[in-house]
Write a protein that binds this ligand. Sequence first.
Ligand code: ATP
Ligand code: MG
Length: 570
Amino acid sequence: MRRSRAFIPTSKEAPNDATLPSHIFLSRAGFIQQVAAGLYNYLPLAKRVIRKIENIINEEMAAIGAQEVELSFVTPAELWMESGRIEKFGKELLRFKDRKGNLFVLGPTHEEMMVNMVRNRVTSYKQLPLHLYQIKTKFRDEARPRFGLMRGREFIMKDGYSFHATYEDMSREFDAVEAAYKRVLERMGLDFRIVEADSGAIGGSGSKELMVLAQSGEDTIAVCDNCEYGANIEAAKRAARAKIPQAPEEGDFAKFLTPNVKSIDELASFFKVDPYYTVKCVAKKCIYEEGEEIVLFFIRGCDNLQEVKALNATEALDIVDVSEEELEKIGLVPGFIGPLDQDKAKHVIDEDLKDATGMICGANEKDYHFVNVDMSVLKDAAYYADIAEVNEGDICPACKKGKLSFTKGIEVGHIFKLGTTYSEAMKAEFLDENGKSKPFVMGTYGMGVSRLVAAIIEQHHDDNGCIWTKTTAPYLVNIMISNIKDEAQLAYGEELYEKLQKAGVEVILDDRKERFGYKMKDAELIGFPYTIIVGKELANGNVQIYDRSTTQKTDVDANEAFDKIMEIVS
Ligand code: ATP
Ligand code: MG
């Protein structure tokens, strides 16, 4: 490509709302153009990067025997009613009617469509397993589209779906996809972690996320410093805690006067115990389709409520704060709420409190707490769930040795052991070896293609712009003719350009009549991995190779530049 002919509208101006490097640089370097909130045009450079990502994905999918298909973007709402997801997805689903009044949905993901395509076509265990995928535009009317390609409303996803006769076979495929996704990200030159994830609204029994490590990531992940364990904080677990010092003195259960002692800090210092031995009540309002309900979450005083875990435990659509007045209205005493003798509101108790003894908790009476509480007295009556957030420094649940620390990640992929949720709801069945009808056991595997474009830049940039990895760059080599009026420079540049093109290297020739400094800034902003600078030194037989990632310039003999570049890029 000749830069003089290329449509790469670079600019000094970043969009007003852009805060992330990927959003700023992809806009300024002429990769993307925003047309409305969460809607972007992909310009030629972005298209080239997207194609590269797609090629890598296609190759790795072929290697595990997955077949590419393409499903209609506009999907009949009926299918969403069949699966029951039309309500669950809520406002993120963009719905509309055609001229005949039929209701449709722009596909935000394609489980229903894929099940619909396979049912009644695959009818025997002999035709299983089957793995189909597509790379396709998706639409989700996100409440807060932001950060450029990171969270768009329209975006590109690679979505795969596998069908199996047994859970074991699905589990085998899940592992194969995990390995394939790992290769995809490795080939793209990304630093990433595969972590345990929350399965959320999609259902299923197990899921993992692929997280590209970057400070700007929206997800917090807990990683072990000793083993491979990593988990989204929404799903992270920890090993049982060793004996914590500052335990309360042993004694009998009693009600204790604690005037004005409301917060956990006050309570812990009043009794001179570690907050670990106190029970914290986090009161919230759970929102359901049918209405709302106050729910009391009980956790150890040293812990915090994990909202996604709380959502899963209550199956609520949303969880919001509740005021003291609202609590008082139903007869609760804020500051002194405890799980014993109290039926004013629904309780969820953290699993870690199940057998705790010697605990201190509110007595549901102003200025009183109970001491020496044996939490196991609640056992049968209570509802337990894992609702506490792990803390940095907690012990790893996998190796039981290492410590957990937090890091930020960008979710670029999510793979699920889906099971039979959709096949049962949509009556997608096959005949097993004994002629018995059974629902397909399914897996589903998503990867955010357009989000990956942004994630690469979040991980690879500096103050001057993008730094593409070798396998994802829109062009690998940029030939910079410093002074286009210098005939020798022009002739050399043209010849090298031809040669590299013939050798199959993706090369762009900067043949614009602009100042060297301006063109160099432009090249840095766009982030070509290598720029060959053809300047004054050519008269002495030298050119320079500029490496964008190290920002080092190396002198090379002009006659050897081609071989040198071929060596670097191969
Ligand atoms: P998130 O938690 O970031 O909202 P999600 O869990 O809703 O994502 P999935 O349903 O698991 O997303 O979709 C599979 C993949 O599609 C995600 O891992 C992500 O890479 C990508 N993706 C999802 N939503 C968006 C979006 N709004 N813009 C760009 N990519 C997205
Ligand atoms: Mg997800």
